[in-house]
Design a protein around this ligand. Structure first.
Ligand code: ZN
Length: 396
């Protein structure tokens, strides 16, 4: 093959690789842009309006095996919503989930849910109709004031039963409610909401613990290590706000199977937060969260949280979100105990001493008694009794 032939061949090979890649990117951008355009027409709202909220999982999921990050750019340009304005919320979802967008008009309380049809990324997007592009296009009312009303919640439950929003109902209604009613808290919590992908009382308890720690135990030059015992939704907040990630060993997770073993005054245990200074000195702050007080404030039974057969599980959570955000963190969060851990030298050696397999930091911190193992000697009277009983039976 001549030199020119070789160059031509190389150009053809590069073009066959790059052109589909470029097209793939443009298709994703067009999907996001066209979704936004459709929503703006349908919801009678202006592009860039501060009343518009957009929620999407674009950028986290794949569509037809392709990255969807450009759909995020497309929806941003098409709607005028953005991360900086706090009205474009990119929720985390497993990579194999469907690509969807939720558009919400705060003024009319109407939302449009669009779910992208699989296979569309391989087609001519410019000439596709909305029904060809979206497998679901649902317009529905989401009025936060109505949703926290129990009788309205019973009516709205039909959307949970029918999975109108393809299982995203809880994510969407909780984010819509908090964004509409508590804009400042939403901005503060935005990254944690994106990571956690919904707003539940567990997440807000984490937000309140974080705020409580900031006020009562300012970090300045210290690093915060979280021992998530027991873990719940709260712990996603610390990963975002304090960079307390598991991978960086700034968070250790331990399950608490026998809560009743805790001494009564520690029954509200909501994690141990360890401040570590640059020279290795550490202080453990044992924090409690008063769930009983929250249920009382909401006028609901804790059993509602476990009732997944009716509207109760989601309605109780939504109500608890709203009630909690109307109060201060100090109403629910308290310091249960502070333990000076002395010089732990490094975070790595401290974690190895306190939260490695086989250790029980709750016993070491004096939050529960040491479990007494049954030794063979303690079983001796029972064994002797059994032997005697058998011997007597034989004699008789
Ligand atoms: Zn949660």
């Amino acid at each position: 093959m001549s030199k020119i032939g070789k160059i031509l061949c190389l150009i053809v090979i590069i073009a066959t690789i790059l052109i589909p890649l470029a097209q793939g990117e443009d298709v994703m951008y067009s999907i996001g842009y066209k979704a936004a355009k459709l929503a703006i027409e349908n919801l009678s709202i202006k592009k860039g309006s501060e009343n518009l909220l957009v929620i999407t999982d674009a950028g986290h999921v794949l569509l037809d095996g392709k990255n969807t990050a450009r759909a995020y750019d497309g929806v941003m340009d098409g709607s005028g919503a953005s991360y900086g304005k706090g009205n474009l919320i990119q929720v985390n979802r497993p990579i194999n989930s469907k690509l969807w967008f939720m558009f919400y008009n705060k003024k009319t309380k109407e939302g449009l849910y669009l779910e992208v049809r699989n296979g569309i990324a391989k087609r001519d997007i410019q000439n596709s109709t909305p029904s060809e592009m979206f497998s679901k296009a649902i317009k529905l009312k989401i009025d936060p004031n109505e949703l926290i009303n129990e009788s309205e919640a019973k009516n709205w439950n039909v959307h949970f039963t029918n999975k109108t929003l393809d299982g995203n109902e809880f994510s969407i209604i909780t984010i819509v409610t908090i964004w509409s009613e508590f804009p400042n808290d939403t901005k503060y919590l935005l990254n944690a909401i994106e990571l956690h992908n919904h707003v539940c009382p567990g997440l807000i308890s984490g937000y309140y613990i974080a705020k409580y720690l900031e006020v009562h135990y300012p970090l300045s030059n210290k690093t915060l290590i979280v021992w998530a015992i027991p873990p719940w939704c709260k712990d996603d907040v610390f990963q975002e706000l304090f960079d307390a990630t598991v991978g960086k060993r700034r968070m250790a997770v331990m399950y608490l199977q026998q809560k009743d073993k805790l001494y009564p005054k520690y029954k509200d245990l909501a994690g141990i937060y360890v401040e570590v200074s640059k020279n290795g000195y550490a202080k453990a702050i044992v924090i409690g969260f008063n769930w009983s007080k929250l249920f009382k404030d909401c006028n609901i039974s804790s059993e509602y949280f476990k009732d997944f057969k009716s509207y109760k599980w989601w309605w109780a959570r939504l109500k608890a979100d709203v009630v909690m955000l109307k109060h201060n963190p100090e109403r629910y969060v308290e310091t249960l105990k502070i333990v000076d851990l002395g010089n732990q030298h490094s975070i790595k050696s401290m974690n190895a001493n306190w939260v490695s397999v086989g250790e029980n930091p709750l016993v070491k911190l004096g939050l529960m008694p040491k479990e007494e193992k049954k030794s063979p000697i303690s079983l001796l009277p029972a064994i002797l009794g059994l032997v005697i009983a058998l011997a007597i039976r034989r004699i008789i």
